[in-house]
Design a binder for this molecule. Structure first.
Ligand SMILES: [Zn+2]
Ligand SMILES: [Zn+2]
Length: 152
């Protein structure tokens, strides 16, 4: 490990540690590992998929521990739960404001960066309500599936 990557990792750990501590939780090797798994491939895996990936480099980790890690990371705002109409909960570690694009053909979920600020959005919010954030779901076909649809 070079000094640069070591420093990057230490900095990241400090952020994660601080967030967890804020929620009264500890940074364990398992929690760090699960967070790394989510960052490695930001394809919104389900808990089952996270478990399979986590086991690759940490064979002793159990499904229950993975659930516990995901719970802890969600609680301290390092990971978001993404719920689709059908299917299992997925996990997303992109904490910048974004929406999700769901491909109705292959089921993939993509992050779409959001540029609408709540103040600029033209929503009919009832009087007395205060909008804090916007999260929209976009449905359609991803580039691969649209290309396939054209061929057929
Ligand atoms: Zn697709
Ligand atoms: Zn996302």
């Amino acid at each position: 490990m070079t000094t640069a990557t070591k420093n990057a990792r230490t900095e990241k750990d400090e952020g994660l540690n601080e967030r967890l501590a804020h929620s009264g939780l500890r940074l364990t090797p398992q929690r760090r590992h699960v967070h790394e798994i989510l960052q490695q491939k930001m394809d919104h895996p389900t808990a089952d998929q996270v478990f399979l990936r986590a086991k690759d480099s940490m064979p002793e980790i159990s499904m229950a521990t993975v659930y516990n890690c995901l719970d802890a990371l969600v609680k301290c705002d390092m990971v978001k739960q993404v719920n689709m109409d059908r299917g299992a909960t997925r996990y997303c570690c992109n904490m910048r404001p974004h929406s999700h694009f769901y491909c109705d053909d292959c089921g993939s979920v993509y992050d779409i960066l959001q540029t609408i600020e709540p103040a600029d959005a033209n929503f009919k919010i009832p009087r007395g309500f205060k909008m804090q954030s916007i999260e929209t779901n976009i449905h359609g076909k991803c580039s691969e599936c649209s290309a396939k649809a054209k061929k057929n």
